[in-house]
Design a protein around this ligand. Sequence first.
Ligand code: HEM
Length: 389
Amino acid sequence: MVDFDIFNPPGIETDYFAAWTALLEGPGLVWTTANGGHWIGARGDIVRRLWADADRLSSECLAVTPRLGEVMQFIPLQSDGAAHKAFRGPVVKGFASRFITALEPGVEAAARELIAGLRERGACDFVSEFAEILPLNIFLNLIEVPLADRPRLRQLGVQLTRPDGSMTVEGLKQAADDYLWPFIERRMREPGDDLFSRILALPVQDRPWSVDEAQRMCRNLLFGGLDTVAAMIGMVALHLARHPEDQLMLRENPDMIPAAADELMRRYPTVAVSRNAIVDVEVDGLTIRKGDLVYLPSVLHNLDPACFDAPEAVQFDRGLIPVRHTTMGVGAHRCVGAALARMEVIVFLREWLAGMPDISLDPARSVTMKGGNVGACTCIPLVWNASID
Ligand code: HEM
């Protein structure tokens, strides 16, 4: 039994990873009294095993956050079993690799536009001026909407990534639906070549999507791809800023970038998921009772030395099999956007290293982080010499 607040563990504001890995020193499964009481998987093998156990642990609850699951009703994320399969099928097809390849030029253009705007300045807060904007541009590309629509989506992205308390969970869901509805409505009526059209044109088993299901699915895609990608790209930039030797290595060996992206995504996981037990589940002599909530942070799998050798070391030649780590989940709900996210990280590394001089952290300002279902940096103050070509 511990008193561990998953939204605010001690030290999270300076080091998300150290704040969480402190739990690796205790038992593999702990009950925290914080946030109404729930289990936390606190050892790599247990996190991975419970995460993949979709028969006994349901995804319906979505999160420990009160009311979030009831309000969001994501499809496919909050469905189980046969219903999940029926919804996930068309979504997976919508993300087929040929579409991801076709999206790459748009992602490159979006990254270059942002880099061009920063290059001459010599300094930026990477989080608000790059990491949080790139995924918005990519989402607009996905649904084939002009980048000029960005300010409206940006407002939503900010509330999602850095909620300031001005919006309730219901308000956030409503704002997302209001933004998405005109596109969903048009794509259901006149399908185009964009992601929503592709998915909505495919049947859910043998019937069309209902309007409610279409909204829940598009909401899932919007929320699934903003916060997560922003957090990951932030961590990758922070790593580069702290490791000039890796900037040099990747500039000199750009063919290493895909392997580097895989290793950085393993090393800096910040997503945790929640499950509710459908039946009693025995783990290490403890019983997770039917109905109990279980929190599974991928950081405690990817950074457990029993699962990965020297897990905190970034080794671009680790030869990772990407599906072995849990950054993108494991089992039935493994991220449908995983290939897209990987492509985004690769394109970011390629374009950033090609377009920017060496970056470092501004010694006069601090890197700050936040906890939550998706942990992230809230400020990464970067500096560089703008007069170098
Ligand atoms: C680095 C970026 C990303 C990370 C770390 C990430 C992480 C994850 C994880 C851990 C899961 C599993 C959730 C669970 O088991 O409960 C998941 C599922 C999902 N992700 Fe991602 N994700 C990323 C990017 C994206 C993108 C770009 C999209 C779409 C635009 C997306 C859409 C989804 C959806 C729809 C699911 C639900 C899949 C299902 O329930 O079958 N994600 N993601």
